[in-house]
Structure formats: C-alpha cells, structure tokens
Design a protein around this ligand. Structure first.
Ligand code: WTA
Length: 654
C-alpha cells in the first residue's frame, strides 16, 4: 500500500480548513488522549445547544451500556432548525429538493421549521407522545426529513424503513419496534416509475402482528390509486392544514432514544440499533463539519437514502445542525440517463459530494460505454471535496472519481463507519490527511480504533486482524431495541473480556503510515451495493419457500459493480432441474426473496445441487461454497466432503 500514490491536500484548502494540516489533527488526537472526557465535553458544548447543561460526561457504571452527557437536556430538532433561525439564517436555503422528473423546489430554514412544527402538531393531535415509536416508510422527500425532525421535536423515536423493503420486512420492524404510527406516501417516483408504498403498508398490516399500530399517515406524492381504511388512514395534508407553525420542542434527556434503525447481523432477524439524542447529534454535526470541511456557503449533497444510516446522519441531522444548504434527490443516478448526478452537481453548484463506490463503479461503466453521459460534459468546477461511504472503494474507482469528478483537485474522504457507530470512525480530514487510494486512513480525532487478534491483543502494523474501538464514543449504539443481551454478545463479546467494541470488520494497518484499510466483514454479513444483508436472513427466506426448497446456503462473491453479489446454493424438494426449468425456478425463488425481504436481497446467482457440500459431521462447507461462487478451481482439501460429486452440479449458476 505504501507504494501507492499519496495525494496531499491542496494548499489553499489546507490553509482554510477547519482542521488544517496534520499537526492540527495530531493536536486534537493528543487532546483526546490527555483528557478523553474533557475533549468530548468541550465539543459537546461547542456543537450542541443544551436546554439544561450536562455536568456528567461519560458514565461507564453500566458498561457496556455507556451513557453520555446523561443529565443534560436538549431537543435535536431545536438544534437543527430553531437555532439556525435564531442565528439569522431563517431565509437561507436548507434543502434544494430535486424530484425524479427534474423539478426543483427550495426550502428555507424558516419554512423547514414551520413545516416541522405543523407535522409535529399533527402527530400530537393523533396522540403521539414522547417515547412512542413512529415508523417512517417513505422515499426521498422533504416530507421524509420533516417527518424525522417532527418526531425528534416531540420526543417520539423514529424508525425509518427503506422504501425498498417488502411488506414482510416492514411488518417485522413495526412489530419489533411496537410502533403506534406509520408515516408513508401513496407512491414513490423513481426512475420515471410509480412504485407502491401505501399498499405495501396495507399488506404489512394484513400480515398481522402490528397490534401496537393505531394510524397510518399518508403523504400524497403522486395521487395514484390506493386503498383507504377510514378507521386508520389519514392524509398528511388534511392533518397539517390549520396546524400552528410553531411547536414548543419537547426537551429530552441526552440519552433519550432519537431513533431505531434496523440493520442486519450475522444471525437471526435484523436488529433495531438504538441511538441516543445528545451524543449522536454531537458526532453528526462534528463529523459533517470536520470530515467535509463544511463552510457556510457550501452546497452539500449526500446521495444516500434516508432509509439508511448515511441518510440519517448526513442528510436529516448533520448538515441541518450546522445550518448548511443540502441537496435532497428523489430519483436514481441513471434516470433519465447516467449523467444525472453530474448534471445535478452542475445545476446546483454542489461543492461537497458524498456517494457510494457502487454508484461510482456503475457510472464509470456507463460513461465508458456511452460518451454522452461522461462527466466531462458537465461543469463540475463547483466541487471541492468528494466522499465515499458504505463499502471499500477499489483504487481504480478512486482514481477515476478523483480525476473525472474531482478534476484532480478535490480530496476524497473515504469514510469508514457503521449504522452502530452513528457517524464517521476512520476517515481522512480533507485539509489535513495525505490520501492513499483504497485506505480510509486514520481514526477521527478521539476515536480509539485498533486492530487486535482473537484474544484482544494488539497486532503490529502490517499484520491483519480484527477491528475494534477501545473506548466508548458519544454517538455509539446504546443497545439493540428490546434485546440488551444480543447487544452485549454482538458488540462487547467475552472474547475481549467485554472491553472493546467489535465492529465486525477485519482491517490492516500500513507498516509505515499506520493507515487503516478495511479488509471486509469477518462475520456472515454481506455488503451488496453498500447495503448490509445477513446471509442467514436470505437463507431463512429461501427455506421459507416450503413448497420448493429443502435446504439453502448463501454466500457472497466479489462483483465488479456491486462490490459483493449474493450467491444462493439450493437443494429443491424435487429432482435437480436444469436448462429452462432451472431458469424458471431460479426466477421464482428470486421473486420469493424479493417478496420476503425486498428486491435488494434477490440472489444474483442461484445454483442447484442434489445436496450441499457437507463434512461427514454434517457441517455445510461454506469456504468451499465461496470458492465455487467465485468460479475458482477448488483447490481445498475435499477429503472430508461427504459427496464430492455435487461440486460438479453446483458449477452452473442460474
Ligand atoms: C462497510 C454504512 C470499507 C463495513 C455507513 C461496515 C466500509 C459496513 C466503509 C457498515 C468504508 C462502510 N470502507 N468498508 N469506507 N464504510 N463499510 O451499517 O463492512 O450500512 O461494517 O453503515 O459497511 O454498513 P452500514
């Protein structure tokens, strides 16, 4: 890695950056080292406006259930909206919204505050109270952000469910969270298509088990036909009409749960990652400011969906807490063509652009096969900083992003973090850190990331190991909703005597620079297009198709565009199919998984066998399956394999 090119921060950017130069970075790290609590307390006073100032910083008495700033009181929506208006930014554009069809609307801070208050009052009129859980199942929209802010305003805990999840997944989340209300839209518009949302909510409720749910609030986006249940469905515009445009914020303790966000683990059902208010807001604002060197006249665009954590921290909260102007985009990068992102950067004079490697890789392919969508036809001179998130970015994609989007002048911040971490953990700072393509470089100041072996002992640089965080940090996951034992087992396992946070990724540090490179998950979690999927979840969806499937095993394999692709090995209850019959069954199984979990979980490859490769003691040989999925010649020892003949059968993917 150390032989790879190193890019220094441009001098002008470095000179004016919030964190200017490596000495400044090191000073911050040293400050945290010398007085860990003092460092975070200083920043918490600087970045958050407290109704009641905190007197305690870190409370480790119930470790690993850490608490931060626990006796402080605040309101997150107040910090994002009222604070900006009070500072004279009321007329400043908060959100530039670009719809799927290209229509642009802008919303000022004043308006965003008024709309948030009206929605908050509407929620209150339906009896939603502090501590209630509200599920938000919406596409990218100003209303989606307003819904999150409105929940925060009244102290309700939101749980946003990505609009691509199925009725079954939505149902599971409503039930697990015990949500009293769902906020949705009639339909969503993506890539010129109208896709259902409300009808999926109806299906979710019809599946049963949503006993806690009282009402469904519907935002009219397309005006498409939907079924109406007068006893529980309410139009958002009718509810907010006539509501006052002010709403006293509900002051909550710093540890009050701001949101739950469900994510995949290596076993069992998705887990509801619970985040607090104070520490989360601090890190959202702090990382938005330092990692993106955000300045008052920047136009920030994070292309994530609010259904993922990136859309929480870097759309709904971080930029607003800083009074920034941000772009919110309803559509997809390939509609009306694959130049959409580049044209939007030009149109809105975006200066900080944050996206996922998958998007970059697929847009490289598009530009290489069709010159008309190449970024050189767009004026990208407004850009000053680029970001990457969600999965490792391969050096070739990094170089293309740097050259063709950043014009060779914009630093790329490769930000490593997770749903559980709330915000950036390992990332360059653009005015300080020399960049090495493919490396997320160094920990954010104050974050104690390290690489250890199975026993928790530090490994030397140059030697790979397990990524851990040695000290708690303010925006960390507080627990898994309703399952504190699983929280402890997943993140503070006994292997490390419960001392370290286990990220679930492997990593290696460069011998010379100490730079981190993430080597991928060490558990059974896949990362497909930057979306986290558990192999077990997909396996149980497949075997849930009881009419067809006897047994299934799911592994990941590398994919040029999506990073990883899902590969399913299936044993049917009928004789092993081939040819057209196999293709038809593979389609049927993909549709089934799409219905059970959502289209993002559909296996790319399906391979049929009379059996799965197992050891004589009956264990599925996953390592072997991973080789088969990659199309590698199997060089492993197969002497323990019960039935070596099936390797041949599994060679064919449908
Ligand atoms: C992976 C997304 C390499 C990693 C914010 C992590 C990354 C998982 C990077 C979390 C990166 C995220 N380089 N890998 N810059 N960023 N990952 O919860 O495996 O959806 O554990 O959060 O994505 O995914 P999640």
């Amino acid at each position: 890695m150390s032989e790879l090119a190193t890019y220094l921060p441009p001098a002008s950017l470095a000179a004016s950056a919030h964190v200017s130069g490596m000495e400044a970075y090191q000073r911050l790290c040293a400050e945290a080292e010398a007085d860990y609590e003092g460092y975070w307390a200083r920043l918490a006073r600087e970045f958050v406006e407290w109704k009641t100032p905190f007197t305690q910083v870190l409370d480790s008495s119930q470790a690993p259930f850490f608490r931060w700033f626990a006796d402080g009181e605040l309101n997150v929506s107040y910090n994002c909206l009222d604070r900006q208006v009070a500072a004279g930014l009321g007329a400043k554009t908060a959100i530039i919204f670009e719809a799927d069809d290209g229509q642009v609307t802008t919303v000022s801070y004043e308006e965003l505050l008024a709309r948030t208050c009206r929605m908050a009052n509407a929620l209150k009129s339906l009896g939603v109270k502090k501590g209630d859980r509200v599920v938000i199942y919406m596409s990218m929209s100003v209303e989606g952000v307003v819904a999150m802010q409105a929940c925060a305003r009244i102290g309700a805990t939101h749980s946003v469910v990505f609009g691509g999840f199925s009725a079954q997944s939505l149902r599971d989340r409503i039930e697990d969270a015990g949500a009293v209300l769902v906020i949705t839209a009639d339909e969503q518009l993506r890539g010129g298509k109208q896709l259902p949302l409300k009808s999926i909510v109806d299906d979710a409720i019809a599946l049963g088990g949503c006993d806690s749910l009282r009402q469904v609030v519907v935002y009219r986006r397309t005006g498409g036909q939907i079924a109406w249940h007068a006893d529980r469905d309410r139009w958002l515009h009718e509810l907010t009409e006539g509501q006052p445009s002010t709403c006293e914020p509900e002051w909550v303790g710093a540890e009050h749960p701001l949101f739950l966000l469900y994510t995949s683990g290596s076993t069992g059902k998705p887990k509801g990652v619970q985040h607090a208010s104070g520490g989360y807001l601090l890190h959202a604002a702090l990382t938005t400011k330092w990692t993106f060197d955000l300045k008052p006249d920047d136009v920030f665009w994070c292309t994530a969906d609010i259904g993922w954590v990136t859309g929480h921290t870097y759309i709904a909260y971080g930029p607003l807490a800083l009074g920034a102007t941000e772009v919110v985009f309803e559509g997809v990068p390939t509609y009306p063509d694959a130049a959409r992102f580049w044209k939007m950067i030009e149109r809105h004079k975006v200066s900080v652009f944050y996206t996922a490697p998958t998007a970059i890789r697929s847009l490289i392919k598009a530009a290489e096969s069709n010159d008309a969508v190449h970024p050189r036809h767009s004026d990208l001179s407004s850009l000053r900083i680029l970001g990457s998130v969600g999965e490792p970015i391969n050096p070739a994609a990094w170089e293309w992003y740097h050259q063709h989007i950043g014009g060779g002048r914009c630093p790329i911040v490769d930000t490593f973090w997770q749903t559980e971490t709330g915000g950036h953990m390992i990332t360059p700072l653009p005015g300080a850190t020399p960049l090495v393509p493919g490396s997320c470089t160094l920990p954010f100041p104050g974050i104690q990331a390290a690489i250890v072996d199975e026993t928790g002992k530090d490994v030397p640089n140059g030697q790979g190991g397990i990524l851990v965080v040695k000290k708690p940090w303010p925006s960390m996951i507080r627990t898994i909703w309703g399952d504190p034992e699983r929280f402890k087992k997943s993140y503070y396992p006994a292997d490390f005597q419960g001392r370290y946070y286990l990220a679930g990724d492997g990593a290696i540090r460069d011998e010379k620079t100490g730079y981190f490179t993430i080597t991928g998950r060490i558990d059974d979690v896949l990362n497909v297009s930057g979306h986290r999927m558990g192999t077990m979840e997909i396996e149980s969806a497949l075997v849930g198709c009881t009419e067809l499937v006897a047994e299934a095993a799911v592994v990941g394999r590398p994919d040029d565009t999506t990073g990883e692709a899902i590969c399913a090995f299936v044993v049917l209850k009928r004789p092993r199919p081939s040819g057209d019959e196999a293709k038809a069954i593979a389609k049927q199984l993909r549709d089934w998984v799409g219905k059970e979990i959502g289209p993002i979980a559909k296996p790319k490859d399906i391979r049929f066998g009379d059996n799965l490769p197992k050891t004589r003691s009956g264990k599925i040989m996953r390592r072997l399956l991973r080789s088969v999925a990659k199309g590698e010649a199997v060089t492993q020892d197969t002497s323990t394999l019960e039935n070596p003949a099936i390797l041949e059968q599994l060679g064919q993917a449908y």
